[in-house]
Design a protein around this ligand. Structure first.
Ligand SMILES: Nc1ncnc2c1ncn2[C@@H]1O[C@H](COP(=O)(O)OP(=O)(O)OP(=O)(O)O)[C@@H](O)[C@H]1O
Length: 591
């Protein structure tokens, strides 16, 4: 039994005992039922919004799909609620596929606005459809039952609700603690870094959207059999906003934050509803909403990342962060790394942004076992050239070829498969993930386990190998002591080195480093240079962009110089130091 499972078992035991404690008011059980139902939806939002960074105000509509599916099938066709459970989940999931394909393409403010739009539309759809009983909805829904035991009262439906909450919490935690989970967590930092390591970001977004919708659908199914009626009101935009509130108040990045948030919000609303009228007499209804809003904003001021991290910070805790289980690292991918010849060929590559020619018909190549530096003043087009090579940007004209094959138009996920890995000028790590987890994202393509296997914890052998590989690369770049620290707590220079370890997890034939030495101290630069030499001697090639001329001149076999997007020189460090065009454009006093 791991330390991860023990608190959950204790929690499950406490929850199982509550209904049997003498003197517990039935009203408390109703509250706990409502908390459990809200927690299921909030947990989905934790993954979708808190972890994946995709804000949705429309989750209540998915509860509606779950509730109406079972309401209709049980009342119109007399189906057993247990048979309608998979149907409710499938209908919610299918609705998520349709809505997700449209909405998950949106970014920035447009995504939450999109979710509000369909949240409102579906609410009106539920209230207009004849077969769903329009505004009156559907009543007479049968209770859940096992044999002769009909779960008619709040005390009996309590058990399926909380069993569902605990199972879903476990599945969600398992999912986050996996290869797929890392991909979802990487989404929050934008799609570029995730795609550079082979993550199909559109698929990952859709997956987490469907997962959140299915949890909401499950909540809706339970709700329908709890209330024994379904009408549009609880599935409208108002509740959609409240679910998001619950996730944020509880701690949107934490699975148990969803449960805590549900408890806080449901209890707070209840207390205000009961006591405000006693204090202020009539008119309590509106006052309650105002006080509720003020209290929630105050809570968020006290605990801006939500109550769960705030609460757990007070608890004594061991270091629960992940350490690699002993396992063999992944086998090398040497098959794709030739010993001689041209690895990368950039042929008259051109990139225009409107009137700006960022890269102007630039040609150069990188051979096997070679370190090539791309230098030039700010704005010379170096990062844009990297983006053309790695598929982040499509060239306006010209060609990029890897091992003689054109890769023009190929997305980043395909380029990395060819053994080209990169770091970024502006570091793209997930700050609240450990160094180990960040680096393990680099091995994404070398793992196999999917979401279902991860949820069921069938991915452990695969996962242990990925983590062992990540640990090996972290040791290799000299950050072994920082392995279990959060990436965001490292200096910027160290974060750049973490990015190199992440790229090494690809086991690349060509490493593209964008300003790897920026922010490093003298000693650290020397260590980096010696690591890069070792990598080259071990058969890897490196293409790097760097402003530190001392570093470049001592390290590179060959240097390509860009100025205003145009290649003005190419040669050995000795050639470049004395090239008059380069001196004029860039090096000046440094040479
Ligand atoms: N997405 C974009 N839209 C418009 N212009 C862009 C875009 N990206 C880059 N540019 C322009 O292209 C030119 C080259 O930029 P790039 O970032 O490639 O230069 P760089 O050599 O990497 O510079 P630095 O060393 O400052 O990072 C600059 O003039 C920049 O403003």
């Amino acid at each position: 039994m791991t330390s991860r499972i023990l608190p959950i078992l204790v929690f499950a035991l406490v929850m199982a005992t509550i209904p049997f404690v003498p003197g517990v008011p039935p009203f408390w059980i109703v509250l706990l039922d409502n908390i459990g139902l809200a927690a299921l939806v909030a947990m989905g939002l934790v993954l979708l919004t808190g972890v994946g960074g995709l804000t949705s105000f429309g989750q209540a509509a998915f509860c509606g799909f779950g509730a109406y599916t079972t309401a209709y099938l049980t009342t119109a066709y007399g189906m057993s609620p247990w048979l309608t459970l998979p149907m409710s989940l499938i209908v919610s999931g299918l609705a998520a596929v349709l809505l997700g394909i449209i909405t998950m393409r949106l970014s920035g403010h447009y995504l939450p606005l999109g979710t509000i739009a369909w949240g409102i539309s579906l609410f009106y759809l539920f209230s207009k459809l004849e077969f769903l009983g329009r505004n009156d909805g559907i009543s007479g829904i049968p209770p859940l039952s096992i044999g002769n035991w009909k779960m008619l009262d709040p005390g009996s439906i309590y058990f399926p609700i909380w069993i569902a909450v605990i199972i879903c919490a476990l599945l969600s935690m398992n999912l986050l603690d996996s290869r797929t989970g890392r991909a979802i967590r990487a989404l929050r930092r934008g799609h570029i870094a995730a795609e550079a390591f082979g993550v199909q970001t559109a698929r990952a977004k859709l997956l987490v959207f469907i997962y959140a919708a299915v949890l909401a659908g499950l909540s809706g199914w339970l709700y329908a059999h709890f209330q024994r009626a379904a009408n549009p009101t609880p599935f409208g935009p108002h509740l959609g906003i409240e679910y998001l509130f619950i996730a944020v108040v509880g701690g949107a990045g934490y699975v148990w934050g969803g449960v805590l948030g549900a408890a806080v919000v449901v209890i707070l609303k209840e207390v205000l509803q009961s006591y405000l009228p006693l204090i202020f007499g009539g008119g309590g209804g509106q006052l309650e909403t105002i006080v509720f809003g003020i209290l929630l904003v105050t809570l968020l001021q006290l605990a801006p990342t939500g109550m769960w991290p705030w609460l757990t910070a007070w608890l004594p805790s061991g270091d629960s962060r992940k350490r690699p289980a002993p396992a063999d690292a992944l086998p090398a991918r040497n098959d794709h790394r030739p010993d001689t010849g041209v690895l990368l060929q950039v042929d008259k590559a051109r990139k225009q942004f409107g009137g700006v020619v960022a890269v102007n018909d630039v040609s150069f190549n990188v051979q096997a076992r070679e370190i090539v530096a791309l230098i030039g003043p700010n704005g010379a087009g170096k990062s844009t050239t990297f983006n053309l090579i790695t598929g982040v940007l499509a060239a306006t004209a010209g060609k990029v070829a890897v091992l003689g094959k054109s890769v023009s138009g190929a997305p980043p996920q395909e380029i990395v498969k060819l053994g080209i890995a990169r770091t970024f000028q502006h570091v793209k790590l997930v700050p609240d993930m450990t160094v180990l987890e960040n680096v393990a994202l680099g091995a994404h393509l070398r793992g196999r386990s999917g979401a279902i296997a991860s949820m069921l914890r069938l991915d452990r052998a695969d996962e242990a190998k990925l983590l062992a590989e990540a640990a090996k690369q972290i040791e290799r770049v000299g950050l072994g002591d920082q392995m279990n620290q959060l990436a965001g707590s490292l200096s910027l220079g160290q974060q750049r080195i973490v990015e190199i370890a992440r790229a090494l997890c690809v086991d690349p034939m060509l490493l593209l480093l964008d300003e790897p030495a920026a922010g490093l101290r003298h000693m650290e630069k020397q260590q980096l240079a010696s690591l890069l030499r070792q990598l080259r001697d071990g058969g890897m090639s490196v293409l790097l962009v760097e402003h530190d001329m001392g570093f470049v001149m001592n390290l590179a076999n060959r240097i390509v110089v860009l100025d205003f997007g145009t290649k003005i020189a190419e040669g050995t460090p000795a050639d470049i130091k004395t090239n008059p065009d380069v001196i004029k454009a860039y090096l000046g006093a440094v040479a």
